[in-house]
Write a protein that binds this ligand. Structure first.
Ligand code: SAJ
Length: 415
């Protein structure tokens, strides 16, 4: 099977790795010349465990190659960004997907399968993409096969989840669904779930919205409990002992390019109805300010005191800073002229030894990202370096009882 993948980012590149290492002949297309050159030299531009090795091997074997323009293939897979538009609803910007579809139109032949993996607002495939192909006389479901097959993989665990997660296949017609399903059978071990394009689009957006709303509930609980002098973390832990309750973890806000983006795709399509979804977004968006306010209280509003932020990436154990709440906390504090320093071994390549300088004269450490490496630090040793040995753990990853020199506060404490 000849596969042409448009967009070699966080999803397109791992997908190319899967197909090319499972017997397909894969061409990857990206507009960025540097990325194309890097990949052809066996290197990659994103951090994802195990990916570089597979790509390097596929390039060596000749089953994968990258270039700037598409060419004819049996299957076209589109995996390009769908950011929010800058309108009042932050609706789904399909311009990259539309541009990608237009870029392949001249290469598409009868019998080809076209798959859109990018997350899109419900109805996008039928309302905006199908016409691009039908306008040149190719009837979808008869001449060519068009489907939306959203990815659902977790950054940091992409290679495992690409293979083992269930895969949603949503064709514009049932023949489109069946054709697209055959493509993923090449490497997917999870269930292949057949549906239509609209259901596929909506369920992908709903999965991330579910998580965003649930995290918002946890974050709101922290605020409520703070007001009522109740330990919110104990509340969540105890409530979760109920067999049908599973509140997620509160934190400094929600980052990444999925949970902070996709709920708006639903909201913008039905703003009158999607009130809970919008409220949850606002709660999560406001968490960096909540954290910054707590930091100000903990430093007694003294802007000269040094605040050290642990973690810039949007979640633990990865170097991805897209939409990271840490950046927003840092921004708020810096705008108010607080003395802020940052420590993140994943983003800045910093080593533990660097902490000696970073922590000198520091009054507060604030943990904003749940990197595993932060859990293994001896905070009593760090306390010796600081002016005021105080740590605020917004991710609840440090066991307070383990340390005596460092005073540790988390969301369960009333600040
Ligand atoms: N977060 C919390 N509390 C939690 C869980 C997460 O504050 O209990 C925060 C994280 O720290 C992070 C943000 O939420 O800032 C998002 O992290 P995440 O691990 O929930 O998800 P992503 O954005 O890395 O990946 C999500 C996944 N979706 C779901 O789990 C429903 C992934 O499966 C999707 O493929 C991906 O979005 C995507 O591409 O859409």
């Amino acid at each position: 099977m000849k596969i042409c993948i448009i967009g070699l980012g966080y999803i397109g590149l791992p997908t190319a790795a899967m197909f090319s290492s499972n017997g397909c002949d894969v061409l990857g297309v990206d507009l960025n010349r540097n990325i194309v050159n890097l990949i052809n030299n066996g290197s990659i531009h994103i951090h994802e465990p195990g990916l570089k090795e597979i790509i390097g091997e596929s390039i060596k074997q000749g089953t994968f190659k990258a270039q700037l323009i598409p060419k004819s293939a049996d299957v076209f897979i589109i995996s390009v960004p769908t950011p929010n538009k800058e309108d009042e609803y932050l609706s789904c910007d399909l311009s990259y997907v539309i541009q990608a579809c237009k870029s392949i139109v001249q290469y598409v032949q009868k019998g080809n399968i076209i798959i859109i993996e990018s997350t899109m607002a419900p109805r996008s495939t039928e309302d905006y993409l199908k016409p691009i192909f039908e306008d040149i006389g190719l009837k979808v479901g008869k001449d060519i096969y068009l489907a939306h097959c959203p990815e659902r993989v977790l950054p940091g665990n992409i290679l495992f989840e690409l293979v083992n997660n269930d895969r949603i296949i949503g064709g514009v017609t049932s023949s489109c669904t069946n054709k697209a399903a055959k493509v993923y059978e090449v490497f997917v071990k999870g269930n292949i779930i057949k549906t239509n394009a609209k259901v596929a689009e909506m369920s992908k957006c709903v999965e991330n919205t579910f998580r965003d709303v649930n995290i918002a509930l946890a974050n709101e609980l922290v605020k409520i409990c703070n007001k009522l002098d109740v330990n919110s973390l104990d509340v969540i832990e105890i409530a979760n002992k109920h067999p049908r309750v599973n509140i997620l973890n509160p934190g400094p806000g929600v980052g990444g390019h999925c949970l902070a983006v996709d709920p708006y795709f639903i909201y913008s399509k039905a703003p009158e109805e999607a009130k809970l979804i919008k409220a949850a977004r606002n709660i999560n968006l406001n968490m960096p300010k909540f954290v910054a306010d707590k930091i100000k209280i903990l430093t007694k509003y003294d802007r000269t005191s040094k605040v050290v932020i642990f973690g810039v990436s949007y979640k633990g154990n990865i170097g991805d800073i897209r939409e990271s709440p840490s950046l927003k906390v840092i921004d708020i504090l810096k705008k108010e002229k607080y003395n802020v320093e940052v420590y993140d071994p994943y983003v800045n390549n910093q080593q533990l030894e660097n902490l000696e300088t970073i922590l000198r004269e520091a009054s507060l450490i604030t943990i904003l990202t749940d990197h595993n490496s932060f859990k293994n630090i001896n905070y009593d040793d760090l306390a010796k370096l600081m002016k005021n040995p105080l740590l605020f753990d917004t991710r609840n990853i440090i066991n307070k009882e383990r340390f005596t020199r460092m005073k540790i506060l988390n969301y369960g404490d009333i600040i």
